[in-house]
Design a protein around this ligand. Structure first.
Ligand code: FAD
Length: 450
C-alpha cells in the first residue's frame, strides 16, 4: 500500500495512528493558503506551528522518514500528487466546517482514510438510546464514563515504513500550475517569526500538580491549570498519553475526576459541532442576535471597558495569547450580556488571539456564555463581573499583574462598581456600562427574542 500521510492536528511522532499504518509513505504538511491569508502577518500560532513542524521533520528523519512541506491550497496539493500512484490519503479527523468541506473535496481526488486521534471518543460513539446525539453535558459525561475502556488509552506503535522517494528540501509552493521551492523559513510563507515561549508537553506532565487542580483551577492569579490546551490543539501531545498520565495519577491516589471532566467538555464541544454544524455561525436557540456597536467593541478589544477583571483578561490575551478559563467566561458574559454585542464578534476576536484557538471549544463556549447554545444554560444567568473578581481574585493580584495602572489601588475598590465610577484613576477609564442596568437591558432583549 502506498499512502500520503497528511499531518494536521497531530504534530508528533509518538503514539500517532498515522505512523502505525506501515507501507510506503509520503509524509506531508501543508501550510494552507486559504487559512494563512486571513491571519495577521505576526500571528504567534504560525511561528508555533513552524517550530513544531521543524521538530516533527527532525523526529521523522531520525526514524528514517521525512516530511515534505507545501505552501498551497490543499486541493491543489492532492491534484498534483494524484497521478503518482498513491492508494490513499490518511489523516486524522478535523470537525469544523472548513476542514470537513476541504476533506470532502480531497476525498474526490484520492480515497480518504480517516483516522481517529484528536479526541477520546469517535463522534458517533456516544449516542442516546434512540441513537441521536446528547444535547446536555451531564448525561453525555455519564455515558462517556460508562463507555470508557482501556482501548481509549491504547498506544499506537511506530510501524516500520518505506519512505516514498521525493525531494524533501524546502517548502514546495503551488500556485495553480506554477511550482516553486522556497527556503524553510517563516518568511517564505509571508510571516514574521515571533517568540512563542511555551513549555514542552512532557515537562508539563512531569511538573503539573494535579493534586489541588479542582480547588485551584478557578483562581486566575494562582495559575494552576495545565496550559495543555495548545498541545491538545496541535496534537503535540496525544490525548491518549494524557489519559495514561491521569490513570497513573489515579493509581497513585491523586484525584483526577475534575481534570478528566474538563477533557470531556472538550469532547462534548467537538461532538456538538460535528453533529450540529450550523452552530458554527448561528444561535442554536433564541432569536436575539446582539446589537452591533463598534465603539463598545473597540473598548473591549483594547481593554478599555473600565471593568478591571475584564480588562486584565484582555491584556493577558493580547500579551500572552492565553487567557485563564474563569476570566474567559467573565469576559464572554460581559461581552454578550453587559455590552450586548453579537457573540460571533467576540468569538472571532478570541479566534484571532488565542494560541490554543479551537473552533469547537471557542464557538460552543461563546454560545454557552451568550446563553444561545445547545446546553440548558438559560439566557437569564448573567455573571456580575465585580462579584466574580471579588470571589476569584480577591486581592486583585491577577488584575494588577495585567492592568499595571491599577497597581496601587486598594484591591477592594477594584471589585466595587460604584467606587470605580466615582474615582479618578490615572491611566484607567471609568466603566463604560453599569452592570445592573446592562443586565436588565439584556434580559429585555432576550425575552423579546424567545
Ligand atoms: P486546564 O484547566 O488545565 O484543562 C485541561 C484541558 O481540558 C484543557 O487543556 C482543555 O483542552 C480542556 N478544557 C478545560 N476547560 C475547558 C472548557 N471549559 N471547555 C472545553 N475544554 C476545556 N479552549 C480551547 O482549547 N480553545 C479555545 O479556543 C477556547 N476558547 C474558549 C472561549 C471561551 C469564551 C471560554 C469560556 C472557554 C474557552 N476554552 C477554549 C476552554 C478553556 O478556557 C481552555 O481550554 C482552558 O482555559 C485552557 O487552559 P488549560 O489547558 O490550562 O486548562
Amino acid at each position: 500500500m502506498r499512502r500520503i500521510l497528511w499531518f494536521r492536528r497531530d504534530l508528533r511522532v509518538d503514539d500517532n495512528p498515522l505512523l502505525a499504518l506501515g507501507g510506503e509513505v509520503l509524509p506531508i504538511f501543508i501550510f494552507d493558503k486559504n487559512i494563512l491569508t486571513q491571519l495577521d502577518r505576526k500571528d504567534r500560532r504560525v511561528s508555533f506551528i513552524f517550530l513544531r513542524i521543524l521538530k516533527l521533520k527532525e523526529q521523522l528523519q531520525e526514524k528514517g522518514l521525512d516530511l515534505k512541506l507545501f505552501f498551497a491550497d490543499p486541493v491543489d496539493v492532492f491534484f498534483s500528487l494524484a497521478s503518482l500512484g498513491f492508494d490513499e490519503v490518511a489523516a486524522s479527523g478535523d470537525y469544523d466546517a472548513y476542514s470537513r468541506e476541504r476533506d470532502r473535496k480531497v476525498s474526490h481526488i484520492l480515497p480518504f482514510n480517516y483516522l481517529h486521534d484528536t479526541y477520546i471518543f469517535k463522534p458517533d460513539e456516544i449516542l442516546k438510546t434512540d441513537q441521536t446525539p446528547y444535547l446536555v453535558f451531564t448525561p453525555f459525561y455519564k455515558k462517556a464514563k460508562s463507555l470508557f475502556t482501556n482501548a481509549h488509552i491504547h498506544t499506537y506503535p511506530f510501524c516500520k515504513q518505506k519512505l516514498y522517494p521525493s525531494d524533501y528540501n524546502g517548502i514546495t509552493k503551488l500556485d495553480n500550475t506554477q511550482q516553486d521551492v522556497l527556503k524553510t523559513e517563516v518568511a517564505s510563507i509571508g510571516f514574521t517569526s515571533v517568540p512563542c515561549p511555551c513549555e514542552e508537553p512532557h515537562t508539563i506532565l512531569n511538573t503539573f500538580e494535579l493534586q489541588h487542580y479542582e480547588k485551584h483551577r478557578d483562581f486566575p492569579y494562582l495559575d494552576r491549570t495545565s496550559k495543555l490546551s495548545l498541545h491538545l490543539r496541535f496534537g503535540t501531545l496525544s490525548i491518549r498519553e494524557l489519559l495514561r498520565f491521569l490513570s497513573r495519577q489515579k493509581r497513585a491516589g491523586i484525584p483526577t475526576e475534575a481534570f478528566f471532566r474538563q477533557l470531556v467538555f472538550r469532547e462534548f464541544y467537538a461532538y456538538l459541532l460535528y453533529h450540529f454544524p450550523r452552530i458554527e455561525k448561528e444561535n442554536y436557540k433564541y432569536r436575539f442576535k446582539g446589537i452591533p456597536d463598534t465603539k463598545r467593541y473597540a473598548d473591549f478589544c483594547e481593554a478599555k471597558t473600565g471593568v478591571p477583571i475584564v480588562d486584565a483578561g484582555i491584556n493577558e490575551l493580547l500579551q500572552t495569547g492565553y487567557m485563564h478559563n474563569r476570566v474567559r467566561m467573565i469576559c464572554a458574559s460581559f461581552f454578550t450580556k453587559d455590552l450586548l454585542l453579537p457573540w460571533q464578534w467576540g468569538e472571532s476576536f478570541f479566534a484571532k488571539h488565542l494560541l490554543d484557538y479551537d473552533a469547537a471549544s471557542n464557538i460552543l463556549s461563546w454560545q454557552w456564555s451568550a446563553g444561545t447554545g445547545i446546553d440548558p444554560q438559560p439566557y437569564f444567568r448573567i455573571f456580575n463581573p465585580y462579584l466574580q473578581s471579588k470571589k476569584f481574585d480577591k486581592e486583585a493580584c491577577y488584575i494588577k499583574q495585567y492592568c499595571p495602572a491599577l497597581k496601587t489601588v486598594e484591591a477592594k475598590l477594584l471589585h466595587d462598581e460604584q467606587a470605580l465610577f466615582e474615582l479618578t484613576l490615572p491611566g484607567y477609564p471609568r466603566p463604560i456600562v453599569r452592570h445592573r442596568e446592562a443586565a436588565h437591558e439584556a434580559l429585555k432583549h432576550f425575552k423579546r427574542g424567545l
